[in-house]
Ligand binder design. Sequence first.
Ligand code: FES
Ligand code: FE2
Length: 475
Amino acid sequence: MSSNSEQIRARVPHAVTRPDRIPAARYYDPEFYELEKQYLWPRVWQMACRLDEIQRPGDYVLYENLDQSIIVMRVDDTTIKAFHNHCRHRGVQLVTRSGHSSGGFICPFHGWRWNRGGENTFVFTPEGYAPDNLCADELNLVPVRCEVWAHCAFINLDMDAPPLRASLGHFAERMELWNPEELRVEWWKAARIPCNWKLAMEAFQEGYHVAMTHPQLLPPGVTNRAGDAFYGRIPEEYVTRQLWTTMGPAMKMDFNAREFAEMNIHFMKELNRGMAGMTHMQEIEVAETLVDMDLPSNPMEAGAVWNRAVNDAVMKHYEKMGANPPDLNALDAMGLASGVNFAFPHFFLLPTYGSASSYRIRPLGPEECLFELWSLTRYPAGEERPRPDEPKPVPSSDPSWPPIPAQDYANLPRQQKGLHAGFEFMRLAAEFEGLISNYQRLIDGYLAELPKEALLAAVQHVSGPIDVPVRDLGF
Ligand code: FES
Ligand SMILES: [Fe+2]
């Protein structure tokens, strides 16, 4: 056993000691939650806000997670800074919500002031203080690491953390091919879910649940009943248009080009209705113009021709708007055109064609979390978008949720309850539920305070697509 593994076993209660078995207590034990608060969250890059929220100098966002309270401020057109949200006099929080202040911050208690860049500009009756209590450096707001990727500001409380881009590793390499910096917020919603934050993440880390939980996403002719030839097999990118265009028609006896096109459009609409944003309406409208196109009668070939035609038309649609869409055919060829992609620890992107859903999950307690969803798409070049308002979280059981998250949310409180009362560990399929294991073992690495190099090497490979096998993290 490596010394890193020994360190994990010695330091982490309920550590993962067999990669395909995840101890249940990790999802409710207050001690484990406390360790995450102390050793995980203060040392990882966290997506703190989208730049859509801080478009003008003076716009700021209050990002809170556990006891962390961070102000992310747009100082000027090119500078974004982050600070701890407390006054350097006696610690009062400077802001209680996101907002705008072109002049900076004034403490509500005794009126000390700071400019947008966090420099102290005013102390009331300074002559009352010993000179070494008024050192200029110590009066400025306490800075927090802040870096930008894909039109999002990320923060890290660890001043010695490796840079953001290096930490995003495989996730960033994949997603950058897809020009995510151009995406803008269409809408933003939030749910409170009575389950541990890691459980909510894991509900999206495999496509194995799709056949049972989201049967409407299955191609026609495929049922979700156990014993069905299809059920239980895990195709690589399960919820993708590739699956629909290859498997769906192959199940049908007679090929009809129009029916084939309509079926694909139906699937796009299911994803639109279900996820809103994952397959955006503007892309469906583009696909609908192709419904009468000629297609080869071999369903596999028809799938390829249809995909390429939709890709070309969608790209043309965005180019006409002056946007800069990715080369969707090239992404298809690389198997990167769609799917779910995670950035450790709590942010993910679900791109489809030129648009995406994006999720972020934060702990609210050992058995409750905040789940945010964004619909992101591309807009005509130069079009001003309004600053999106932070959503008021609604319960995950609220009937207003679109069908796909509603189906996922329905499982989570039941799973949280099921983990108690004598349930020892989750058993994982090492081939396709591996991301869950990789995430959990990386968390153990943080909780055991493994060396930074070991954690960086692991996080670079853990962040990335779903449905991957258990990976050797080197500890
Ligand atoms: S606590 Fe802020 S000025 Fe006194
Ligand atoms: Fe799901």
